[in-house]
Design a binder for this molecule. Structure first.
Ligand SMILES: *[C@@H]1O[C@H](CO)[C@@H](O)[C@H](O)[C@H]1NC(C)=O
Ligand SMILES: *[C@@H]1O[C@H](CO)[C@@H](O)[C@H](O)[C@H]1NC(C)=O
Ligand SMILES: *[C@@H]1O[C@H](CO)[C@@H](O)[C@H](O)[C@H]1NC(C)=O
Length: 313
């Protein structure tokens, strides 16, 4: 390590007068997702990026590690559902790793001011869980051969030689959440009947479409993204959220609405005992009249201990 650091320092001293820049890595990190996302670099929460927002990071020497977000159902505990941009700066390598079962955010890596030539410096992009240009979650690269000059690395690994190459990393490069989750995040079942699912009526993703109970069918319209504790309840692969309306109360029918940050009608709390409370109101997501029948629109109702109509598994 000491030898490496002194090599970097020596190179930097040689190159600085020529290139007018320190040896290092410059990153521009852009959020093109429909909502704010948390940017994580190698395990550390760095910042929150607003939709359309960006941030830069500069490393004094070659950066190795991963950039990713837990947005849209990415699970930091298990590492599942997350798309990652990987770098091994010493070898000028970069690549993407995704969970091919479900991808939380699309991701792309583009060398800055370097055209793709002869298999080097290509833009690598992955916008769906089944994308082909990404290592699977189960087999990320773990060893990094010294590059052979003039020969690009094998498929899935990418290389852009040059000590001062920077990269733009874009989350959701197509402007949307990935639309093709393969296995999707879990459905929400009323505790009374696990063959029934909470879903969007008629698969109609429009403001105001009722949220109802129906036979589980494995469609996206029955997949929800939520977390324990304070959470939105978002329909997977869309920008629509479970919405309790502007006058919350007993017997108010639930619907979907475009997701907005800090809108009280979309701010829920998923408890450890599987209740979904409209945060701070004492109102819970409730199986209307206790009927687990097709097309029954769900409602909010006063949270009551032991009420099985309010348990969602
Ligand atoms: C980052 O944001 C700034 C200010 O809005 C903008 O001028 C710049 O083009 C953005 N950079 C990228 C890479 O999107
Ligand atoms: C990120 O993690 C990798 C793998 O543990 C490590 O080799 C690398 O030094 C880390 N990078 C930074 C910038 O902390
Ligand atoms: C990935 O899934 C999408 C949506 O289901 C489909 O349109 C596309 O053809 C698939 N791509 C591959 C490479 O299988």
């Amino acid at each position: 390590m000491f030898r490496l650091l002194s090599q970097i320092t020596a190179l930097s001293a040689v190159l600085s007068p020529v290139l007018g820049q320190q040896v290092g890595r410059h990153f521009e990190i852009v959020n093109s997702c429909p909502s704010a996302i948390e940017l994580r670099i190698n395990g550390t929460l760095e910042t929150t990026l607003a939709p359309g927002g960006n941030t830069t990071r500069d490393y004094g020497s070659w950066f190795g590690g991963y950039m990713y977000s837990n947005a849209n159902g990415g699970n930091l505990v298990t590492g599942r559902h997350i798309g990652r941009a990987g770098f091994h700066g010493e070898q000028d390598y970069y690549w993407i790793v995704v969970d091919h079962d479900y991808l939380n955010t699309g991701i792309s890596i583009a060398p800055i001011n370097k055209a793709a030539t002869d298999g080097f410096c290509a833009v690598v992009s992955c916008t769906s869980a089944n994308c082909s240009d990404a290592f699977p979650l189960t087999a990320p690269p773990t060893s990094f051969a010294t590059p052979i000059t003039g020969t690009p690395p094998n498929a899935l690994m990418h290389e852009c030689p040059g000590q001062n190459v920077g990269y733009t990393i874009t989350f959701c490069p197509d402007g949307n959440w990935p639309t093709a989750p393969v296995a999707g995040p879990p459905s929400l079942h009323p505790s009374k009947d696990s063959t029934k699912c909470l879903g969007v009526r008629g698969d109609k993703f429009e403001n105001g479409t009722p949220v109802q109970i129906y036979d589980c069918n494995g469609l996206n319209s029955q997949s929800w993204i939520l977390e324990r504790g304070s959470t939105k309840v978002r329909s997977a692969g869309t920008n629509f959220c479970l919405d309790a309306g502007s006058t919350p109360g007993n017997a108010v029918g639930m619907k979907i609405w475009e997701c907005y940050d800090s809108l009280p009608a979309q701010q829920w709390y998923y408890t450890d005992d599987n209740r979904v409370e409209l945060e701070g109101t004492g109102l819970c997501l409730d199986l209307t009249n206790g009927l687990a029948v097709n097309s029954n629109q769900v409602q909010t109702w006063k949270c009551t201990d032991g009420n099985t109509n309010q348990i969602w598994t």
